[in-house]
Write a protein that binds this ligand. Structure first.
Ligand SMILES: N[C@@H](CCC(=O)N[C@@H](CS)C(=O)NCC(=O)O)C(=O)O
Length: 282
């Protein structure tokens, strides 16, 4: 588990809970939702990913992988969203987000792992390819690779993003994405929540994927009524406002609209999924 005492004395002396996040970051929102469910007070530090603040030396001292989220709890640094969720459950067991039944708990763990496992290859590839762009200049790349020694997956991802994703890579990501969505849609026909009868980390881990893709318009969720309904139930929970809502700057809707327009432009027209949606609704 990536938990370590901070080397930087300034970070080591931090008291309480500090969340390093970005308002669009789905991974950081997982942590914010869990903090909201557990009603834990935290200090939010925004790391502007669009301005590449995560690649500055100061942030690499907090998270050597240069990624958000990072959580600092009384001078201890925890990275990787799913590991942070598990850490929070251990440290703050009230308002549990794991089921008590061991079999269901294993299913929640599996679901959380799956939601993060494909992050670079699926969600991140798709988001960068159709909305974010994110190409680095050769100087920026060289600088980044010198610092990015902790997460080879992230380094490799940014090299691919800079080279430009092939149509095959994007379609492959899109196909996996729809396979997940189809499966979740069908699971939600049987249950109110993703695993068992109670809201859990499984819902948190997947909700943030929906939230990112729906607010930036990269996926059309019209044909996923169960997912939309489940997501609106998540958003009605007080934890949503306490966690994710409070991290949103006033210009969040403007940024999302710009990304929406950009995603349409980058694909040179309606993305391939539109054909699928049209077919399904005809
Ligand atoms: N597996 C990591 C992934 C973290 C990650 O990729 N975070 C994104 C935001 S959601 C990020 O920091 N991107 C900036 C970059 O790749 O440089 C986790 O779950 O925390």
């Amino acid at each position: 588990m990536p938990i370590r005492d901070a080397e930087d004395p300034e970070i080591r002396s931090m008291k309480g809970i500090h969340l390093y996040h970005f308002f669009l970051s789905n991974c950081a929102q997982r942590v914010a939702l869990a903090l909201g469910e557990k009603d834990l007070d935290f200090v939010a530090h925004s790391i502007n990913l669009l301005a590449r603040a995560n690649t500055r030396d100061a942030y690499f001292r907090t998270n050597p992988a240069g990624l958000v989220p990072a959580l600092v709890h009384d001078g201890v640094v925890i990275t990787e969203s799913i590991d942070i969720l598990r850490y929070l459950e251990e440290q703050f067991p009230d308002s549990p987000l794991y089921p008590t039944d061991p079999t269901e708990r294993r299913r929640v763990d599996g679901s959380m792992d799956e939601a993060t496992e494909n992050h670079n290859g699926v969600i991140k590839t798709y988001m960068y390819a159709v909305a974010l762009g994110g190409k680095k200049s050769s100087e920026e790349m060289q600088n980044y690779l010198e610092k990015q020694t902790a997460d080879t997956g992230a380094a490799e991802f940014h090299q691919r993003a800079t080279a430009g994703f092939s149509e095959e890579e994007v379609l492959e990501a899109e196909t996996s994405l729809f396979a997940f969505l189809d499966r979740i849609e069908s699971e939600l026909s049987e249950h109110r929540w993703l695993v068992g009868d109670d809201y859990s980390f499984a819902d948190i881990a997947w909700f943030v994927q929906y939230f990112l893709m729906s607010r930036t318009g990269v996926i059309d969720f019209r044909n996923y009524p169960k997912i939309r309904n489940w997501a609106s139930e998540v958003m009605k929970r007080p934890a949503f406002e306490r966690g994710v809502g409070r991290l949103q700057p006033w210009y969040a809707p403007i940024t999302c609209t710009v990304l929406k327009l950009k995603s349409r432009g980058q694909r040179g027209g309606p993305p391939p999924y539109a054909a699928r949606v049209a077919l399904a609704s005809s």
